[in-house]
Design a protein around this ligand. Structure first.
Ligand SMILES: NC(=O)c1ccc[n+]([C@@H]2O[C@H](COP(=O)([O-])OP(=O)(O)OC[C@H]3O[C@@H](n4cnc5c(N)ncnc54)[C@H](OP(=O)(O)O)[C@@H]3O)[C@@H](O)[C@H]2O)c1
Length: 251
């Protein structure tokens, strides 16, 4: 990881994306941070610039809007990006398939699949130039379906499969592709999923030690810092007390 190049992190305003920004800044990496919440991004930027002296560019983009993604990439055309952490994503609700609000399905498909794909596609010319590294964030939900998880699980299976396909399409370019699949990580994820219901969101993480966002970020930094001939292709990272998508030992 060199100093004049940037890591682009989607969903950098909280959780895993924010933790990646912090851990990469500690290593002296310049950052391009993308999300919708400007204040969160600006406050993270001022902390990282002050504490680690890195260059941080903040871009407020709603990934649902493909044109915003395209204009964002036009704006960073002259930057050297050698890392993409394609992280932004969400689950909305946990409901039987037929009862789901279409708007929730639509939002998950737009962010987790469509925006994810367009971001990867537009980042590839940068990454080919720099022989860079794509880190995709899938999930345990991408390999195990669970009750009420339909479209979210399917969207994460998409991330897993497209990561494998990208490995094939990018062979010979020097670009590495890593798929990180976490189990339960305590972030804003459950507050978003349960639409601000703090009690339900907190219950997901009670009675055991979930993963922290930093646990995932540390692993991503490890994958990024392997020598050029080493590609960590897929890592499933679970809390010790979680053995499957639906089996968590709680005390
Ligand atoms: N937490 C877990 O247990 C867990 C487990 C497995 C996989 N994951 C995956 O990890 C990734 C990160 O999630 P997290 O746990 O860190 O959750 P989080 O704290 O809710 O972070 C999600 C990030 O995505 C951004 N985002 C969501 N919708 C967006 C949009 N329309 N446009 C731009 N940015 C958007 C959010 O920023 P703004 O709201 O500011 O836009 C936020 O920065 C997701 O892909 C998630 O599916 C999480």
């Amino acid at each position: 990881m060199t100093n004049t190049r940037f890591a682009l992190i989607t969903g950098a305003s909280s959780g895993i994306g924010e933790a990646c920004a912090v851990e990469l800044a500690k290593k002296g990496k310049n950052l391009i941070l993308l999300a919708r919440r400007a204040e969160k991004l600006e406050s993270l930027k001022s902390t990282l610039v002050k504490e680690y002296g890195v260059e941080v560019l903040v871009h407020v983009v709603d990934l649902v809007n493909i044109y915003e993604i395209e204009s964002f990439f036009k704006g960073i055309a002259d930057r050297d990006v050698d890392v993409l952490i394609n992280n932004a994503g969400l689950a909305l609700s946990k409901t039987p398939f037929e009862d789901y609000k279409w708007e929730d399905f639509d939002q998950m498909i737009n962010v987790n699949i469509k925006a994810f794909t367009r971001v990867a596609q537009l980042a590839i010319p940068h990454l080919k130039k720099t022989k860079g590294h794509i880190v995709n964030i899938s999930s345990i939900a991408g390999i195990e379906a669970y009750e009420g998880g339909s479209v979210y699980c399917a969207s994460k299976a998409f991330v897993k499969m497209i990561s494998k396909a990208l490995r094939i399409d990018l062979i010979g370019t020097g670009v590495r592709v890593t798929d990180i699949a976490p189990g339960n990580v305590e972030t804003e994820f459950s507050m978003v999923r349960f639409k601000g219901d703090r009690e339900v969101a907190d219950s997901i993480y009670k009675g055991y030690a979930p993963l922290s966002a930093k646990d995932i970020a540390d692993t991503i930094v490890f994958a990024l810092s392997r020598p050029e001939n080493v590609n960590i292709e897929y890592l499933l990272i679970m809390p010790t007390a979680q053995a499957s998508a639906t089996r968590t030992h709680k005390v």
